[in-house]
Design a protein around this ligand. Structure first.
Ligand SMILES: Cc1cc2nc3c(=O)[nH]c(=O)nc-3n(C[C@H](O)[C@H](O)[C@H](O)COP(=O)(O)OP(=O)(O)OC[C@H]3O[C@@H](n4cnc5c(N)ncnc54)[C@H](O)[C@@H]3O)c2cc1C
Length: 327
Protein backbone atom coordinates (compact mmCIF):
# COMPACT_ATOMS: atom_id res chain seq x y z
CA UNK A 1 0.00 0.00 0.00
CA UNK A 2 1.50 3.35 -1.02
CA UNK A 3 0.29 6.74 0.15
CA UNK A 4 1.52 9.73 -1.86
CA UNK A 5 1.73 12.78 0.43
CA UNK A 6 3.22 13.51 3.83
CA UNK A 7 1.02 16.41 4.96
CA UNK A 8 -1.69 16.00 7.58
CA UNK A 9 -3.91 14.11 5.11
CA UNK A 10 -1.31 11.64 3.84
CA UNK A 11 -0.01 10.92 7.34
CA UNK A 12 -3.46 10.39 8.84
CA UNK A 13 -4.53 8.12 5.97
CA UNK A 14 -1.29 6.15 6.27
CA UNK A 15 -1.70 5.75 10.01
CA UNK A 16 -5.29 4.51 9.81
CA UNK A 17 -4.36 2.10 7.01
CA UNK A 18 -1.44 0.72 9.04
CA UNK A 19 -3.67 0.39 12.10
CA UNK A 20 -6.06 -1.57 9.89
CA UNK A 21 -3.32 -4.10 9.17
CA UNK A 22 -1.90 -2.88 5.82
CA UNK A 23 1.83 -2.55 5.18
CA UNK A 24 2.16 1.12 4.22
CA UNK A 25 4.83 3.23 2.52
CA UNK A 26 4.50 7.04 2.47
CA UNK A 27 6.11 8.74 -0.53
CA UNK A 28 6.42 12.51 -0.12
CA UNK A 29 8.29 15.19 -2.02
CA UNK A 30 8.89 17.45 0.99
CA UNK A 31 9.43 17.10 4.72
CA UNK A 32 6.13 17.41 6.60
CA UNK A 33 7.47 20.60 8.20
CA UNK A 34 7.60 22.24 4.76
CA UNK A 35 4.02 21.48 3.74
CA UNK A 36 0.87 23.60 3.74
CA UNK A 37 -0.15 21.56 6.79
CA UNK A 38 2.72 23.03 8.78
CA UNK A 39 1.47 26.58 8.10
CA UNK A 40 -2.02 25.71 9.28
CA UNK A 41 -3.10 27.65 12.34
CA UNK A 42 -4.90 25.10 13.23
CA UNK A 43 -8.34 25.30 14.71
CA UNK A 44 -10.96 22.61 14.14
CA UNK A 45 -13.01 24.70 11.72
CA UNK A 46 -14.81 23.64 8.55
CA UNK A 47 -13.71 26.62 6.42
CA UNK A 48 -13.21 27.05 2.65
CA UNK A 49 -14.10 23.43 1.88
CA UNK A 50 -16.90 21.74 -0.01
CA UNK A 51 -19.44 20.15 -0.26
CA UNK A 52 -20.98 21.21 3.05
CA UNK A 53 -22.80 17.99 3.98
CA UNK A 54 -19.71 15.82 3.49
CA UNK A 55 -17.45 18.39 5.15
CA UNK A 56 -19.70 18.47 8.23
CA UNK A 57 -19.70 14.66 8.40
CA UNK A 58 -15.91 14.29 8.13
CA UNK A 59 -15.38 17.20 10.51
CA UNK A 60 -17.76 15.81 13.09
CA UNK A 61 -15.99 12.44 12.98
CA UNK A 62 -12.61 14.13 13.36
CA UNK A 63 -13.90 16.20 16.29
CA UNK A 64 -14.27 12.98 18.31
CA UNK A 65 -10.70 11.92 17.53
CA UNK A 66 -9.29 15.32 18.45
CA UNK A 67 -11.29 15.47 21.68
CA UNK A 68 -9.80 12.10 22.64
CA UNK A 69 -6.31 13.17 21.57
CA UNK A 70 -6.54 16.27 23.76
CA UNK A 71 -6.10 13.86 26.69
CA UNK A 72 -2.62 13.00 25.35
CA UNK A 73 -0.38 15.98 26.12
CA UNK A 74 2.26 14.79 23.60
CA UNK A 75 -0.15 15.14 20.65
CA UNK A 76 -0.27 18.94 20.64
CA UNK A 77 -4.09 18.85 20.64
CA UNK A 78 -6.05 20.83 23.23
CA UNK A 79 -9.71 21.79 23.64
CA UNK A 80 -9.89 25.59 23.76
CA UNK A 81 -12.73 28.02 24.29
CA UNK A 82 -13.08 30.94 21.93
CA UNK A 83 -15.48 33.23 20.15
CA UNK A 84 -16.66 33.62 16.56
CA UNK A 85 -17.69 37.26 16.08
CA UNK A 86 -20.38 38.44 13.62
CA UNK A 87 -20.38 41.98 12.34
CA UNK A 88 -23.81 41.97 10.73
CA UNK A 89 -27.02 40.69 12.28
CA UNK A 90 -26.87 37.77 14.71
CA UNK A 91 -26.55 34.42 12.94
CA UNK A 92 -24.80 31.11 13.29
CA UNK A 93 -22.12 29.76 11.00
CA UNK A 94 -23.15 26.63 9.09
CA UNK A 95 -20.40 24.63 10.81
CA UNK A 96 -21.88 25.15 14.27
CA UNK A 97 -24.26 22.33 13.23
CA UNK A 98 -21.32 20.01 13.89
CA UNK A 99 -20.80 21.29 17.45
CA UNK A 100 -22.45 19.71 20.42
CA UNK A 101 -22.38 22.76 22.64
CA UNK A 102 -22.13 26.41 21.84
CA UNK A 103 -23.84 29.53 23.18
CA UNK A 104 -24.59 33.09 22.11
CA UNK A 105 -21.95 35.55 23.31
CA UNK A 106 -22.86 38.01 26.05
CA UNK A 107 -22.71 41.73 25.11
CA UNK A 108 -19.56 42.18 27.25
CA UNK A 109 -17.79 39.49 25.15
CA UNK A 110 -18.38 41.25 21.82
CA UNK A 111 -15.05 42.79 20.83
CA UNK A 112 -14.53 45.54 18.28
CA UNK A 113 -18.20 46.50 18.00
CA UNK A 114 -19.32 43.07 16.79
CA UNK A 115 -23.10 42.63 16.52
CA UNK A 116 -23.15 39.06 17.85
CA UNK A 117 -20.99 36.05 18.51
CA UNK A 118 -20.90 32.33 19.24
CA UNK A 119 -18.81 31.04 22.15
CA UNK A 120 -17.73 27.41 21.91
CA UNK A 121 -14.97 24.97 22.78
CA UNK A 122 -13.18 23.41 19.83
CA UNK A 123 -10.10 21.29 19.21
CA UNK A 124 -6.97 23.29 18.67
CA UNK A 125 -4.08 21.52 16.95
CA UNK A 126 -0.57 22.88 17.47
CA UNK A 127 0.99 21.78 14.20
CA UNK A 128 4.67 22.13 15.30
CA UNK A 129 3.88 19.41 17.87
CA UNK A 130 1.15 17.51 16.03
CA UNK A 131 2.96 16.75 12.75
CA UNK A 132 6.02 15.22 14.48
CA UNK A 133 3.63 13.32 16.79
CA UNK A 134 1.74 11.96 13.75
CA UNK A 135 5.02 10.91 12.09
CA UNK A 136 6.06 9.17 15.30
CA UNK A 137 2.74 7.31 15.43
CA UNK A 138 3.29 6.28 11.82
CA UNK A 139 6.80 4.98 12.51
CA UNK A 140 5.53 3.08 15.56
CA UNK A 141 2.89 1.49 13.31
CA UNK A 142 5.67 0.25 10.98
CA UNK A 143 5.15 2.76 8.15
CA UNK A 144 8.10 3.30 5.80
CA UNK A 145 8.93 6.80 4.53
CA UNK A 146 10.45 7.61 1.14
CA UNK A 147 11.39 11.18 0.06
CA UNK A 148 10.61 11.38 -3.65
CA UNK A 149 8.54 13.55 -6.00
CA UNK A 150 6.28 11.27 -8.03
CA UNK A 151 6.27 12.58 -11.61
CA UNK A 152 3.44 10.41 -12.91
CA UNK A 153 1.29 7.51 -11.78
CA UNK A 154 2.21 5.65 -15.01
CA UNK A 155 4.42 2.77 -13.88
CA UNK A 156 4.67 4.10 -10.30
CA UNK A 157 4.91 1.48 -7.50
CA UNK A 158 3.81 -1.43 -9.75
CA UNK A 159 3.86 -3.92 -6.87
CA UNK A 160 1.65 -1.84 -4.61
CA UNK A 161 -1.78 -3.40 -4.06
CA UNK A 162 -3.31 0.07 -3.82
CA UNK A 163 -2.20 3.69 -4.22
CA UNK A 164 -3.70 6.51 -2.21
CA UNK A 165 -3.24 9.97 -3.75
CA UNK A 166 -3.14 12.42 -0.81
CA UNK A 167 -0.72 14.96 -2.22
CA UNK A 168 -2.60 18.20 -1.57
CA UNK A 169 -2.15 20.61 -4.49
CA UNK A 170 0.33 18.14 -6.06
CA UNK A 171 -2.62 15.79 -6.63
CA UNK A 172 -3.81 18.09 -9.44
CA UNK A 173 -0.94 17.08 -11.70
CA UNK A 174 -0.93 13.40 -10.71
CA UNK A 175 -4.67 13.09 -11.35
CA UNK A 176 -4.83 15.57 -14.27
CA UNK A 177 -7.48 17.33 -12.18
CA UNK A 178 -8.41 20.81 -13.34
CA UNK A 179 -10.80 21.33 -10.42
CA UNK A 180 -7.94 22.14 -8.05
CA UNK A 181 -6.94 25.69 -7.19
CA UNK A 182 -4.71 27.22 -4.51
CA UNK A 183 -6.16 29.57 -1.92
CA UNK A 184 -3.20 31.51 -0.60
CA UNK A 185 -3.10 32.24 3.13
CA UNK A 186 -0.64 34.39 5.04
CA UNK A 187 -0.24 34.34 8.82
CA UNK A 188 1.90 36.26 11.31
CA UNK A 189 3.37 34.70 14.44
CA UNK A 190 3.84 36.82 17.57
CA UNK A 191 5.01 36.14 21.09
CA UNK A 192 2.04 35.51 23.39
CA UNK A 193 1.34 38.30 25.90
CA UNK A 194 -0.87 35.87 27.89
CA UNK A 195 -3.86 35.19 25.63
CA UNK A 196 -5.69 31.89 26.02
CA UNK A 197 -8.91 32.06 23.96
CA UNK A 198 -9.10 32.01 20.16
CA UNK A 199 -10.99 34.71 18.25
CA UNK A 200 -12.52 34.47 14.78
CA UNK A 201 -13.57 37.71 13.13
CA UNK A 202 -14.26 36.73 9.51
CA UNK A 203 -16.50 39.73 8.89
CA UNK A 204 -14.03 42.34 10.21
CA UNK A 205 -14.64 45.41 7.99
CA UNK A 206 -10.88 45.75 7.40
CA UNK A 207 -10.44 42.14 6.31
CA UNK A 208 -10.72 38.64 7.68
CA UNK A 209 -9.09 38.22 11.09
CA UNK A 210 -8.31 35.35 13.43
CA UNK A 211 -6.19 35.26 16.56
CA UNK A 212 -5.12 31.83 17.79
CA UNK A 213 -2.99 31.71 20.98
CA UNK A 214 -0.83 28.54 21.12
CA UNK A 215 0.89 28.90 24.49
CA UNK A 216 4.27 30.45 23.69
CA UNK A 217 3.08 32.21 20.54
CA UNK A 218 -0.02 33.59 18.83
CA UNK A 219 -0.93 33.02 15.18
CA UNK A 220 -2.74 35.94 13.55
CA UNK A 221 -4.27 35.74 10.12
CA UNK A 222 -5.27 35.89 7.56
CA UNK A 223 -5.91 36.06 3.91
CA UNK A 224 -7.76 33.99 1.31
CA UNK A 225 -6.48 34.71 -2.20
CA UNK A 226 -7.97 32.27 -4.62
CA UNK A 227 -5.75 31.34 -7.58
CA UNK A 228 -2.52 32.85 -6.17
CA UNK A 229 0.58 30.61 -6.28
CA UNK A 230 2.78 33.17 -4.51
CA UNK A 231 4.50 31.56 -1.52
CA UNK A 232 6.50 34.68 -0.59
CA UNK A 233 5.51 36.79 2.42
CA UNK A 234 3.95 40.11 1.45
CA UNK A 235 5.15 42.71 4.05
CA UNK A 236 2.12 44.95 3.39
CA UNK A 237 -0.19 42.02 4.20
CA UNK A 238 1.77 41.34 7.39
CA UNK A 239 1.31 44.99 8.45
CA UNK A 240 -2.41 44.89 7.65
CA UNK A 241 -2.92 41.70 9.68
CA UNK A 242 -1.02 43.23 12.61
CA UNK A 243 -3.11 46.43 12.43
CA UNK A 244 -6.37 44.47 12.52
CA UNK A 245 -5.21 42.17 15.31
CA UNK A 246 -3.89 44.99 17.51
CA UNK A 247 -7.04 47.05 17.03
CA UNK A 248 -9.16 44.14 18.26
CA UNK A 249 -6.78 42.96 21.01
CA UNK A 250 -4.62 45.85 22.28
CA UNK A 251 -2.56 43.40 24.39
CA UNK A 252 -0.85 42.42 21.10
CA UNK A 253 0.51 45.96 20.63
CA UNK A 254 3.84 45.19 22.30
CA UNK A 255 4.05 41.51 21.38
CA UNK A 256 7.21 40.66 19.44
CA UNK A 257 6.63 39.75 15.78
CA UNK A 258 8.43 36.41 15.29
CA UNK A 259 7.81 35.65 11.60
CA UNK A 260 5.24 35.46 8.82
CA UNK A 261 4.36 32.41 6.75
CA UNK A 262 2.44 31.61 3.60
CA UNK A 263 0.58 28.42 2.70
CA UNK A 264 -1.43 27.42 -0.36
CA UNK A 265 -4.67 25.72 0.69
CA UNK A 266 -5.47 22.87 -1.75
CA UNK A 267 -9.04 23.80 -2.69
CA UNK A 268 -11.34 21.76 -4.91
CA UNK A 269 -14.99 22.35 -5.79
CA UNK A 270 -15.62 19.07 -3.93
CA UNK A 271 -13.08 17.39 -1.64
CA UNK A 272 -12.22 14.22 -3.52
CA UNK A 273 -12.37 11.06 -1.39
CA UNK A 274 -13.24 8.27 -3.80
CA UNK A 275 -11.99 5.43 -5.93
CA UNK A 276 -10.88 6.62 -9.36
CA UNK A 277 -9.21 5.42 -12.55
CA UNK A 278 -5.97 7.15 -13.48
CA UNK A 279 -3.00 6.18 -15.63
CA UNK A 280 -4.65 2.85 -16.40
CA UNK A 281 -5.03 1.80 -12.77
CA UNK A 282 -7.38 2.14 -9.82
CA UNK A 283 -6.38 4.60 -7.12
CA UNK A 284 -8.03 5.96 -3.98
CA UNK A 285 -8.00 9.75 -3.77
CA UNK A 286 -8.00 11.98 -0.70
CA UNK A 287 -7.29 15.59 -1.61
CA UNK A 288 -8.80 19.03 -2.11
CA UNK A 289 -9.43 19.83 1.58
CA UNK A 290 -9.06 23.61 1.13
CA UNK A 291 -8.94 25.45 4.44
CA UNK A 292 -10.09 22.50 6.54
CA UNK A 293 -7.62 19.67 6.01
CA UNK A 294 -6.77 19.31 9.69
CA UNK A 295 -10.45 19.60 10.61
CA UNK A 296 -11.51 16.78 8.28
CA UNK A 297 -8.39 14.62 8.48
CA UNK A 298 -9.58 11.70 10.66
CA UNK A 299 -13.01 11.44 9.07
CA UNK A 300 -11.49 11.40 5.59
CA UNK A 301 -8.81 8.89 6.58
CA UNK A 302 -11.44 6.48 7.88
CA UNK A 303 -13.32 6.81 4.59
CA UNK A 304 -10.09 6.04 2.74
CA UNK A 305 -9.72 2.86 4.81
CA UNK A 306 -13.25 1.79 3.79
CA UNK A 307 -12.48 2.47 0.12
CA UNK A 308 -9.16 0.60 0.27
CA UNK A 309 -10.82 -2.39 1.94
CA UNK A 310 -13.38 -2.48 -0.85
CA UNK A 311 -10.70 -2.13 -3.53
CA UNK A 312 -7.76 -4.17 -2.24
CA UNK A 313 -9.52 -6.59 0.09
CA UNK A 314 -8.28 -7.49 3.58
CA UNK A 315 -4.61 -7.02 4.49
CA UNK A 316 -2.31 -10.03 3.98
CA UNK A 317 -2.27 -10.81 7.70
CA UNK A 318 -6.02 -10.27 8.13
CA UNK A 319 -7.72 -7.45 10.01
CA UNK A 320 -6.24 -6.64 13.43
CA UNK A 321 -8.32 -7.61 16.45
CA UNK A 322 -8.24 -4.05 17.81
CA UNK A 323 -10.63 -1.69 16.00
CA UNK A 324 -8.99 1.31 14.33
CA UNK A 325 -11.59 3.75 15.53
CA UNK A 326 -10.00 4.31 18.91
CA UNK A 327 -7.31 7.01 18.72
C1 LIG B 1 -2.75 30.09 6.55
C2 LIG B 1 -3.49 28.77 6.64
C3 LIG B 1 -4.27 28.51 7.76
C4 LIG B 1 -4.96 27.30 7.84
N1 LIG B 1 -5.71 27.06 8.97
C5 LIG B 1 -6.37 25.89 9.07
C6 LIG B 1 -7.13 25.61 10.25
O1 LIG B 1 -7.19 26.40 11.19
N2 LIG B 1 -7.78 24.40 10.31
C7 LIG B 1 -7.73 23.50 9.28
O2 LIG B 1 -8.35 22.42 9.38
N3 LIG B 1 -7.02 23.74 8.17
C8 LIG B 1 -6.36 24.92 8.02
N4 LIG B 1 -5.65 25.19 6.88
C9 LIG B 1 -5.75 24.25 5.74
C10 LIG B 1 -4.85 23.06 5.91
O3 LIG B 1 -3.54 23.50 6.18
C11 LIG B 1 -4.88 22.22 4.61
O4 LIG B 1 -6.20 21.86 4.30
C12 LIG B 1 -4.07 20.94 4.80
O5 LIG B 1 -2.77 21.26 5.22
C13 LIG B 1 -4.01 20.10 3.52
O6 LIG B 1 -3.23 18.98 3.82
P1 LIG B 1 -2.67 18.02 2.71
O7 LIG B 1 -1.95 16.94 3.41
O8 LIG B 1 -3.76 17.68 1.76
O9 LIG B 1 -1.65 18.92 1.85
P2 LIG B 1 -0.17 19.39 2.18
O10 LIG B 1 0.02 19.74 3.59
O11 LIG B 1 0.14 20.44 1.16
O12 LIG B 1 0.72 18.11 1.89
C14 LIG B 1 0.87 17.62 0.57
C15 LIG B 1 1.92 16.53 0.59
O13 LIG B 1 2.00 15.94 -0.69
C16 LIG B 1 3.34 15.92 -1.13
N5 LIG B 1 3.37 15.94 -2.60
C17 LIG B 1 2.78 16.83 -3.43
N6 LIG B 1 2.99 16.47 -4.70
C18 LIG B 1 3.74 15.33 -4.66
C19 LIG B 1 4.28 14.47 -5.64
N7 LIG B 1 4.09 14.70 -6.95
N8 LIG B 1 5.02 13.41 -5.25
C20 LIG B 1 5.22 13.15 -3.95
N9 LIG B 1 4.71 13.93 -2.97
C21 LIG B 1 3.98 15.00 -3.32
C22 LIG B 1 3.98 17.13 -0.48
O14 LIG B 1 5.38 17.01 -0.42
C23 LIG B 1 3.33 17.04 0.90
O15 LIG B 1 4.02 16.09 1.67
C24 LIG B 1 -4.89 26.36 6.79
C25 LIG B 1 -4.08 26.62 5.69
C26 LIG B 1 -3.38 27.81 5.61
C27 LIG B 1 -2.50 28.07 4.42
Amino acid sequence: MTVIGGGVIGLTCALQLARSGYAVTVVAAEASEDTCSAVSAALWLPFEAAPKAAVIGWSRESFGYFAALSLDSDSGVTMNEGIALYRSEPHQDWWTAALEDSRDARPDELLGGAAAGTVCTMPFVKMPLYLPWLQEQCRAAGIRFVRERVQTLHGFAPDSDCIVVAAGLGSAELMADEEMTPIRGQVVRLSNPGLTDWILDDENPHGMLYIFPRGEDVICGGTTESGSWNTEEDPATTEAILRRARALVPALEDAEVLNAKVGLRPFRSATRVETAQQAGRTVVTCYGHGGAGVTMSWGCADEVVRLVRAEAGPPAGGYPAKPIYTP
